[in-house]
Design a protein around this ligand. Structure first.
Ligand SMILES: C[S@@+](CC[C@H](N)C(=O)[O-])C[C@H]1O[C@@H](n2cnc3c(N)ncnc32)[C@H](O)[C@@H]1O
Length: 240
C-alpha cells in the first residue's frame, strides 16, 4: 500500500522557494493590492454561498499551495494546460499556458463540461491536449464508487510523456455524491470513517494504470481544508 505522501508538500521548502518563481511578481502585486499570502497546505473551510469556494476565500487571503503542484506539471513544458472545472480561472494569472474549462462560470475560456470537453478535445493519446489539471471538480456530485473510473478518464486527457494534476474533495464526495448503498457496499458501513476512506483512496491511486506518481498528498484524515484545493492530490506523469 502506498504512503499518504510521496514527494509531498513541504511548507517550509515552499515558503523559502516561492520568491524565486517566475510568477512571484504576480504574487507580489497581489500583496501590494492588500492580499495576505498563505503558504499552508491546509486551511479551515467554512460553508460558502458563491458558485465556487475559491471566490469565498479569495480575498483577503490567497492560498498558494496549488501552485506547488501545478509547477510540477509545468516542469515538462506543456504547450497548454487545460484547467477542468476552472471556476474563476485563477491559475491563468500565474501561467500563460493555462486555459480554463467550465460549464457554468463565465470566466472560463471554454464553456464545456468535462464530458463535452473530452469529446471535443481528446482525440487520441497523441491528440491535442498536452496537460490537464482539475482542482476540486472531479468530486462534484459523483459517488466514490466511481473514483477509479473517473481518475482513469481524467488521466487519459493528458498526453503520454506529459503530466497532469487532479485533486478530490473527499468530504464533498462522501457527503453529497455517495449514496448510502455505495458506502455500505464498499466499506461495510453507512458511515465509514476518514481512515477507511483514506485507505480506500490509496489503494485506488496505487492501482491507476499507465502513470508514474510524481507527487501524492493524502490529507483525508487531517482536520481542515474541507472545501478547497482538495484533500487528495495527485500529480502524475502519463507513461502509456
Ligand atoms: C469546487 S469548484 C472548483 C473551482 C476551481 N477548480 C478552483 O479550484 O477554484 C468546481 C467547479 O466545477 C465546475 N463543474 C461542475 N460540474 C462540472 C463538469 N461536469 N465538468 C467540468 N466542470 C464542472 C463548476 O462549475 C465549478 O466551477
Amino acid at each position: 500500500m502506498i504512503d499518504n505522501h510521496i514527494n509531498g508538500f513541504d511548507k517550509q521548502q515552499w515558503q523559502d522557494s516561492i520568491a524565486t518563481k517566475p510568477y512571484w511578481p504576480v504574487l507580489k502585486q497581489m500583496q501590494d493590492q492588500g492580499y495576505k499570502l498563505d503558504h499552508n497546505a491546509l486551511y479551515r473551510g467554512d460553508s460558502f454561498k458563491t458558485l465556487t469556494p475559491r471566490e469565498r476565500y479569495f480575498y483577503p487571503t490567497f492560498h498558494t499551495n496549488s501552485l506547488y503542484y501545478i509547477d510540477a506539471v509545468q516542469a515538462q513544458s506543456p504547450q497548454q494546460v487545460f484547467d477542468i472545472g476552472c471556476g474563476m480561472n485563477v491559475w491563468k494569472k500565474f501561467y500563460d499556458n493555462v486555459i480554463g474549462v467550465d460549464p457554468q462560470d463565465p470566466r472560463a475560456d471554454i464553456r464545456l463540461d468535462f464530458d463535452r470537453f473530452k469529446q471535443a478535445y481528446i482525440q487520441s493519446a497523441y491528440g491535442l491536449v498536452d496537460s490537464c489539471i482539475s482542482i476540486g471538480t472531479m468530486n462534484m456530485f459523483v459517488s466514490i464508487k466511481f473514483l477509479l473510473q473517473n481518475l482513469c478518464d481524467f488521466i487519459k486527457c493528458t498526453k503520454i510523456g506529459y503530466r497532469g494534476y487532479v485533486t478530490i474533495n473527499l468530504c464533498g464526495m462522501m457527503s453529497r455524491g455517495t449514496p448510502k448503498e455505495h458506502k455500505e457496499e464498499l466499506f461495510g458501513v453507512s458511515n465509514p470513517d476518514a481512515e477507511q476512506v483514506s485507505k480506500y483512496c490509496n489503494a485506488i491511486v496505487e492501482e491507476l494504470p499507465g502513470i508514474s506518481i510524481i507527487i501524492y498528498d493524502n490529507f483525508i484524515t487531517d482536520k481542515f481544508n474541507e472545501y478547497m484545493d482538495g484533500n487528495l492530490r495527485l500529480v502524475f506523469e502519463r507513461e502509456v
